[in-house]
Design a binder for this molecule. Structure first.
Ligand SMILES: C=C(OC1C=C(C(=O)O)C=C[C@H]1O)C(=O)O
Length: 292
């Protein structure tokens, strides 16, 4: 290939972070200043992080699982980190006037901040219900979406804020739909690392993975600090946020990989992905291999 230079990766290294509350527990106890290479956190909406990774502006970042799937051969996944749900997810919500089973025709508005969930909705509607409605991508504004469309998909804090309002719409949780249908968990976001970046900075990649995992474990053992911050930003009760962060699942073990593999398989079968996805995890063995 040639041309790999350290200077391709500007310092400080930008480490991506999802702007929504859902991944706060993973970053709560993570301090990039403790890393051995200068690094800063870059917080953004999932769609922007996806573009950053795919357009070589970000090299270590959480992204929509679907965005990773579009070019999986170019990236490692950091082990044991994800934004997943074993059941209901609480913030991937379809708002509609009719139940999901009756959304066969008409138009559905999809938030332009997502990649995983908009394709998850297409998979569920097509494969579970035999529906092929029209889809339009829109800014995450529930009222504008429902003015033009029969249903609207929101994710993250936009979904949480819309669900707090008394709109009278039917609210369908896509994590729950997926679980009821497949019996599996669903992984919405994964931590991807550009393979060229990992070849230049293998120790740093391992360090970032370890530090994020330690941060996650501490947060899950004591959610109070993230709950406090979430209430300050978004309102809502302590119980609401405790339930939300407990519903979310941040590991990425065999079971989570199985759920995501089925999602990728369905996305491939529907032509949403043009190839089969082979997930590759970054492990410490990689570090020795890269150094050899
Ligand atoms: C649980 C969530 O997970 C996420 C959903 C994503 C997507 O649909 O592409 C991307 C990143 C995460 O924010 C959420 O946003 O509510």
């Amino acid at each position: 290939m040639g041309g790999i230079t350290v200077s391709e990766f500007e310092l400080p290294i930008k480490i991506g972070k999802i702007e929504y509350t859902n991944d706060w527990p993973i970053y709560q106890n993570f301090d990039p200043a403790q890393l051995s290479v200068p690094a800063v956190i870059h917080s953004d909406l999932p769609a922007n992080l996806n573009r950053g990774l795919l357009e070589d502006r970000l090299f270590v970042t959480p992204v929509s699982s679907f965005a990773y799937g579009t070019r999986s051969d170019d990236f490692w996944l950091l082990p044991d980190l994800s934004v997943s749900a074993q059941n209901a997810v609480g913030s991937i919500l379809l708002f509609s006037r009719k139940p999901v089973a009756e959304l066969g025709s008409g138009t559905i508005a999809l938030t332009n901040t997502s990649a995983t969930s908009i394709n998850l909705l297409k998979i569920i509607l097509d494969k579970r219900y035999g529906h092929q409605p029209e889809y339009v991508s829109m800014d995450p504004q529930l009222d504008e979406m429902m003015e033009r469309c029969d249903a609207a998909l929101l994710i993250g804090d936009h979904a949480i804020a819309a669900a707090q309002r008394d709109t009278g719409y039917i609210i369908t949780d896509l994590g729950l739909e997926w679980k009821e249908w497949t019996g599996l968990s669903m992984t919405f976001a994964v931590w991807a690392v550009n393979k060229r970046f990992a070849a230049v900075y293998p120790e740093l990649v391992t360090e970032i993975g370890e530090q994020l995992r330690i941060s996650k474990q501490r947060s899950v053992a004591d959610l109070d600090p993230v709950i406090h911050e979430a209430r300050q930003k978004m309102g809502g009760s302590h119980e609401y946020w405790e339930h939300y962060f407990r519903q979310l699942w941040y590991d990425f073990g065999d079971k989570e990989q199985q759920g995501l593999a089925l999602y990728f398989q369905y996305a491939y079968e529907l032509g949403l992905l043009d190839h089969k996805v082979n997930m590759e995890l970054w492990t410490d063995n990689m570090m020795t291999r890269v150094n050899e």
